[in-house]
Ligand binder design. Structure first.
Ligand code: MRU
Length: 391
């Protein structure tokens, strides 16, 4: 019996085998393949190659991955130590302790280099690093030969708790965000979405798809148009697949058809996810999003951006300051074809994301409410609300 893709976790921690399990999203929809990630290289590559992708999901995968790495690093260090056991002196134990922290921090930096645009990756890894550094500061004055093992194990269990908290918060966040998003919709609405900001990009519900899933549960009968999303086809391969699996009425269109469906009056709202929100409300999302926003403005269709607060980056003043990832040319010329579909040696530009200026954004929907222009004020208010709720 074939399993519904929505019943499989996008990212999962396998504690017994100390590894992260992901659905290999590059094989969907034709193959559902789960892969185990244990080494730093495997985790880095899975993120870089988009086996796991979508801003929240890469944050969760990296956090769980760093926890797994901490356990493996400690195992490696103890194995090295037992090999050299005869030569050991008392001080070497503290050297293991020091090596453990140094190596986990180094691998954190390495994982952080896998993709540059989605801020959730560094946001999640920075949370893990904070836990690590705080425990280091607390334990350093008291570590010795006798208690070193306990201290490192305690650190690993703190990393476990933090990584799991990041994953759990992602589920709660998407649900909450979906509830806010649903207040902007009515029964029977036509919705257009770009890329995949669905369950496959998060731990559950998705961001842009969360209002759709919640509305679907309540019988809203939405009609969703899904941009295929060149060049990696996240819309066709992932969004159309997961929405169809949930029983949502979904129609796949090519990216250049959005003006047509909006002109026809079939779209009441655009919902997209995002990878980074700058302090002024400019948003970076999958390449092609800014075209959709421009078309939506032309046809007076509201353009909503769904962003967990972990995607808001007040340290980035405007969209011009967001680093946009560029990816291999072969994704455009070869990837989906039996034979190359472009002349040899033609120049290719393949940015993975683009920036939509804040003036095109009707509202930014977060788990702490809906922000509207001027975003410099409203995003700050949202984050203040979050901090006061956490106190
Ligand atoms: O390159 P991808 O597939 O990781 O890009 C994903 C997107 O742009 C999503 O819209 C974004 O990460 C939001 S996911 C909730």
């Amino acid at each position: 019996m074939s399993q519904n893709i929505l019943d499989i976790n996008t990212v999962e921690l396998d504690e017994a085998n100390n590894c992260v399990i992901i659905i290999d999203q590059t094989r969907l929809p034709s193959k559902t393949e789960l892969i185990n990630l244990k080494t730093a290289e495997e985790i880095w590559e899975a993120i870089y190659l988009l086996k796991v992708r979508g801003a929240p999901a890469i944050g969760v995968a990296a956090a769980l991955g760093l926890y797994v790495r901490a356990g493996e690093i400690y195992k490696e260090l103890t194995a090295e130590k037992s090999k050299q056991c005869n030569k050991l002196q008392d001080n070497d134990n503290v050297a293991v302790y020091q090596s453990f922290f140094d190596r986990v921090i180094k691998e954190k930096e390495y994982l952080n280099s896998s993709r540059p645009t989605a801020v959730n990756l560094s946001w999640a890894l920075n949370r893990m690093e904070k836990v690590l550094k705080e425990w280091y500061e607390e334990s350093r004055p008291v570590v010795n030969f006798e208690n070193e093992k306990d201290i490192i194990e305690k650190c690993i269990s703190k990393l476990n708790a933090e990584a799991k908290a990041i994953q759990k918060e992602d589920i709660d966040t998407c649900r909450k965000l979906g509830e806010y998003g649903l207040t902007l919709l009515k029964k029977g609405d036509g919705i257009l979405t770009h890329c995949n900001a669905g369950q496959l990009a998060t731990s559950k519900y998705g961001t842009a798809t969360a209002p759709i899933y919640l509305g679907h549960e309540k019988g809203y009968d939405f009609k969703v148009f899904c941009d295929e999303t060149r060049p990696l086809l996240q819309g066709a391969r992932l969004t159309a697949y997961e929405l169809q699996s949930a029983g949502v009425d979904v129609t796949l269109i090519c990216d250049n058809m959005s003006a047509m469906v909006m002109r026809n009056g079939w779209v009441n709202a655009v919902f997209v996810g995002c990878d980074r929100v700058a302090a002024n409300g400019d948003v970076a999302n999958k390449i092609g999003t800014s075209v959709v926003a421009t078309v939506a403005k032309r046809f007076n269709v509201p353009f909503y951006v769904c962003a967990p607060t972990s995607t808001i980056d007040l340290n980035t003043p405007t969209g011009n300051d967001i680093k946009i990832e560029e990816r291999p040319q072969s994704e455009v010329t070869d990837m989906w074809y039996k034979e190359r579909m472009a002349p040899e040696n033609v120049k290719v530009f393949n940015p993975a994301f683009d920036v939509t200026d804040n003036e095109y954004v009707t509202a930014i929907i977060t788990e702490y409410g809906i922000a509207r222009a001027p975003y410099t004020d409203s995003l700050k208010e949202i984050l203040d609300r979050k901090h006061s709720c956490q106190m």
